[in-house]
Design a protein around this ligand. Structure first.
Ligand SMILES: [Zn+2]
Ligand SMILES: [Zn+2]
Length: 426
């Protein structure tokens, strides 16, 4: 890419702040890649892939970044559909996360292709601003698969992908009405996410003719029904923030055969990991009681759990301040609503300071995430433009974390305090 001179660089280095001065440069850089990146994002949107199977998305984004002159590590950290790009020298290291997995049946109804658009544009914005102006600092782009299930970021975290990273940023699209009661808001620095655990539950019974000799059978379908009903009864004792939901993955296919096998998956969520641990004991008892009542064998397999997200007010305040200085942006710092859902970014936010911001997508009234309406809404040109705007804002925030020592120290201290409050020694 052709380097472009940045006239305000002395100002940036002299004051140790702020990326408001480099905003125009970031915007120009992102505009330069906008049409080719759009082709890549449309390709991902039109080819939705599930957890750890995002080969098209992985290859498309890696090729795009290589075409821009970056050296890309494909299949990074032993995760087949993860990738990493590093740029810059010295200074602090900021990580930008890009998701790209989709959902069964509803495709990109969580808009993760737009997370990739925002993440890639933020990365390129920071990388070229650092390079063109000789500013010490580094930026990492991590392609993080399997957020909807499987926890790609947890695998990457355990494999050392975030080692040496000073702060991590990403942004997720959301129907405008879910951002807040103010319809003019275009984004929010942080909202609450719940911790969760998930399990696969299998019941093993014994088949027999359902009319001729039902007494010889052991009914795995009844065990599944009993488990679901047990959890339904338990709901009365839930705290308002507790959630348990599940579905049947495999079950009997004939009404005249007593079901031999059922396979279920369940998720339990609450506001903290400790609260989920308390809930877990009672949920597991529901599964086991169903086996006991029906004489089935049960096998419970625990999946990858997600932690709650540690929000950072200092970081969100800077994000909102920078966003509100941009044309057409109106960013709320954060809110204290009950958790929306869960994300593997939670685990990352327990390891280092981070921000999981949200940006608004125009949707018909009543549209929520994981719905067909949101899948349609995230495919428009306007939604793509919003993702790029968000990318620019993430880049500005990342630049501030690199050049503004006081900001970074305050962010880091707040994170340490938040972790101590959660009983973790830093
Ligand atoms: Zn989702
Ligand atoms: Zn999502």
């Amino acid at each position: 890419m052709a380097p472009s001179a940045l006239p305000l660089i002395e100002e940036v280095q002299g004051k140790g702040t702020t990326s408001r001065n480099v905003g125009t440069d970031i915007d120009r850089t992102i505009e330069n890649i906008s049409s080719t990146l759009h082709e890549a994002i449309k390709h991902i949107y039109n080819n939705p892939e599930l957890a750890f199977e995002e080969f098209i998305a992985h290859d498309t984004l890696c090729s795009f970044l290589e075409q821009q002159g970056f050296s890309v590590t494909r299949r990074a950290y032993g995760v087949e559909t993860a990738f990493e790009v590093l740029s810059g020298e010295g200074g602090r290291l900021i990580s930008i996360n890009a998701e790209y997995d989709a959902l069964p049946n509803v495709g990109h109804a969580c808009g993760h292709h737009l997370i990739a658009a925002a993440g890639v544009s933020a990365f390129v914005g920071i990388a070229l601003t650092l390079r063109n102006n000789g500013i010490p600092g580094r930026v990492q782009l991590l392609g993080t698969p399997a957020e909807e299930s499987g926890g790609g970021k947890v695998s990457l975290l355990n494999a050392g992908a975030y080692q040496g990273v000073d702060a991590v940023l990403m942004s997720h699209p959301l129907p405008g009405a879910m951002i807040g009661s103010d319809p003019t808001l275009t984004g929010i620095g942080a909202t609450n996410f719940l911790a969760y655990e998930r399990w696969t539950v299998e019941y093993f019974g014994k088949p027999t003719h359902a009319s001729a000799s039902p007494w010889n059978g052991i009914n795995a379908y009844d065990a599944a029904v009993a488990a679901h009903n047990n959890i339904g009864l338990l709901r009365q004792q839930f705290r308002p923030v507790d959630r348990v939901h599940g579905c049947m993955l495999e079950g009997p296919k004939a009404a005249n055969v007593i079901g031999e096998y059922t396979k279920l998956t369940y998720i339990a969520r609450s506001d903290t990991k400790q609260a989920v641990a308390t809930l877990e004991k009672r949920v597991l008892a529901c599964f086991e009681a169903a086996a006991l009542a029906t004489s089935c064998e049960v096998k419970i397999t625990r999946g990858v759990g997600y932690a709650d997200v540690v929000n950072n007010k200092t970081l969100c305040e800077r994000y909102a301040e920078l966003g509100n200085a941009m044309v057409g942006q109106k960013i709320k710092v954060m809110d204290n609503r009950e958790g929306l859902g869960s994300t593997d970014f939670g685990n990352v936010s327990h390891a280092l300071p981070g921000m999981h911001s949200m940006f608004a997508i125009d949707c018909p009234t009543g549209t929520g995430c994981h719905q067909h309406g949101f899948q349609s809404a995230t495919g428009t040109e306007e939604s793509y433009r919003r993702a790029l705007k968000t990318g620019s804002l993430l880049a500005r925030t990342g630049m501030d974390l690199i050049v503004d020592e006081r900001l970074f120290e305050t962010v880091r201290k707040e994170w340490e305090q938040n972790m101590k409050a959660r009983g973790k020694e830093i």
